[in-house]
Write a protein that binds this ligand. Structure first.
Ligand code: AMP
Ligand code: ZN
Length: 474
């Protein structure tokens, strides 16, 4: 059995195998940092986080890149309205995003690419597209001529019959009905930021940003491209057109999309106003763990309707698991081991893996855990659970929590000999230290302290020296 993923490109569930044995290269479209992200956005990021964790646990070395869209129509519009420079404005929401990611226990991708740090790369790519005849210029802007790319529409299966060659669209976001030549480089507008370049003054369109950064960090062809399902058209379709027009090679091999978080049957979105930010929900007393649990509980291929009752049920489920763990740790059981429970705990890691291998079926993974909890509780009630079963069950909980990450560290868990997978790797420690540095640079000292405390809790001591940060294990 191996991982199988639903690929939007082929419309099928496909067995997953990376191009290079043992190494996965993955790209996620990151946030547009024009405001606080809402928990619909975080559904997609939690899905990417679970995919990351499952890939790494399956033994792959992972190179995961994510961009920060800090220049597009929305960031420019909001920065202008706030009377701030684009950089000052987006800095604030980038810091807020990292804070939310940390609160929701999301691992930081190996590579973070900020769009405005890559303008020369984008200009260069657009020039190459020009040289190969895929573009044209109008009034200082450069457009991609979709007629020149025969594969256009293969991801979104869009109907091209109504297409009018030469009709153009300037906005970064548009509807399927608007299938038109899209903008690569936008001529400056009054009061808008722009860059001087060989293409003339202007700024990049949103789609070229991702094509350029993904290729720069992952190569011309890479394994997985992830994002929310609203990005399939036009964003991902345009990414494919730009990248494949240039290289003649497949861009991403597996396109995986997370279905929407809905509210009353409609996509949670800023424009509809039907959204909650993470801060809104924490302010109402819900825990980050309950939010993460809820977002993770429905497999990414299915829509998830958000309600506060659903969130309360998630909180209750976590409480049940914590109570169960407490009961295990604090009751005294007869000596020996119950062989039935022993067999169930032995089979659990395989059941968990199987569920996640099945296109990340998180609902099935939850089902497997609660089945084990139910069986163990029944055995306890009948006086049939033995001391020799306790460690095995705790291990299953930890195993599951290594993916879902919603339970606090167990008391006395350090007495258990846990596998190396449960320890922070050197790479993870370095990444957390980097997050702390970023937080300090953003003058978010509360967050920086929180990261240091979390590291200490994980048994890592850090020391700030003149030559940078040093760390060692306790
Ligand atoms: P944005 O910051 O708008 O670029 O969105 C960041 C990510 O959130 C993208 O992958 C979107 O597809 C995703 N997204 C936006 N709204 C939702 C939603 N209601 N449910 C799930 N994912 C969403
Ligand atoms: Zn993107």
């Amino acid at each position: 059995m191996m991982l199988a993923l639903y690929n939007t490109l082929s419309n099928r569930v496909e067995p997953f195998a990376p191009l290079a044995e043992g190494r996965v290269r993955m790209y996620t479209c990151g946030p547009t940092v024009y405001d606080y992200a809402h928990i619909g956005n975080y559904r997609t990021f939690v899905f990417a986080d679970i995919l990351r964790r499952h890939l790494r646990r399956s033994g792959y070395e992972l190179r995961h890149a994510m961009n920060l869209t800090d220049v597009d129509d929305k960031t420019i519009r909001n920065a202008k309205a706030a009377g701030m420079s684009l950089t000052d404005y987006t800095d604030k929401y980038i810091a807020a995003f990292w804070e939310d990611m940390l609160i929701l226990h999301m691992e930081r991708p190996e590579i973070i690419a900020r769009a405005t740090d890559h303008i020369p790369d984008m200009v260069n790519t657009i020039q190459q597209l020009e040289e190969r005849g895929f573009t044209y210029r109008r009034e200082g802007s450069v457009y991609f001529r979709i007629e020149k790319f025969p594969g256009y529409g293969k991801l979104s299966k869009i109907d091209l019959s109504g297409m009018r060659p030469g009709a153009r669209v300037d906005q970064d976001e548009y509807e399927k009905a608007d299938v038109r030549d899209f903008v690569l480089w936008k001529a400056p507008k009054p009061d808008e930021p722009y860059w001087e370049s060989e293409l003339g003054p202007g700024r990049p369109g949103w789609h070229i940003e991702c094509s350029v950064m993904a290729t720069k960090y992952l190569g011309e062809t890479f394994d997985i491209h992830a994002g929310g399902t609203d990005l399939v058209f036009p964003h991902h379709e345009n990414e494919i057109a730009q990248s494949e027009a240039l290289t003649g090679k497949p861009f991403a091999r597996y396109w995986v999309h997370c279905e929407h978080l809905l509210v009353d049957g409609q996509k949670m979105s800023k424009s509809l106003g039907n959204y909650y930010t993470l801060r809104d929900l924490l302010g109402r007393g819900y825990s980050p763990a309950a939010i993460r649990y809820l977002l993770a509980s429905v497999p990414h291929g299915k829509q998830l309707n958000f309600t506060l009752e659903g969130l309360q049920q998630a909180a209750n489920a976590i409480e049940r698991l914590e109570n169960f763990r407490f009961r295990l740790a604090h009751s005294s059981f007869p000596e020996g081991a119950n062989p039935e429970i022993e067999a169930k705990t032995a089979a659990f890691p395989e059941a968990l893996r199987k569920a996640l291998d099945d296109d990340l079926n998180t609902a099935q993974a939850l089902g497997a855990l609660f089945e084990l909890v139910r069986d163990a509780n029944t055995a306890i009630d009948k006086g049939q659970l033995c001391q020799g079963n306790v460690e095995g069950i705790l291990r299953c909980l930890e195993d599951w929590n290594g993916i879902f990450d919603v339970l606090p560290p167990a008391e006395g868990i350090s007495d258990l000999k846990l596998d190396a997978t449960f320890q922070l790797s050197a790479e993870e420690i370095e990444r957390k230290i980097q997050e702390r540095q970023d937080a300090r640079r953003g003058r978010n000292f509360a967050l920086a302290d929180q990261i240091r405390d979390a590291l200490v809790e994980a048994g890592v001591l850090i020391e700030d020296t003149r030559d940078g940060v040093r760390w060692r294990r306790k």
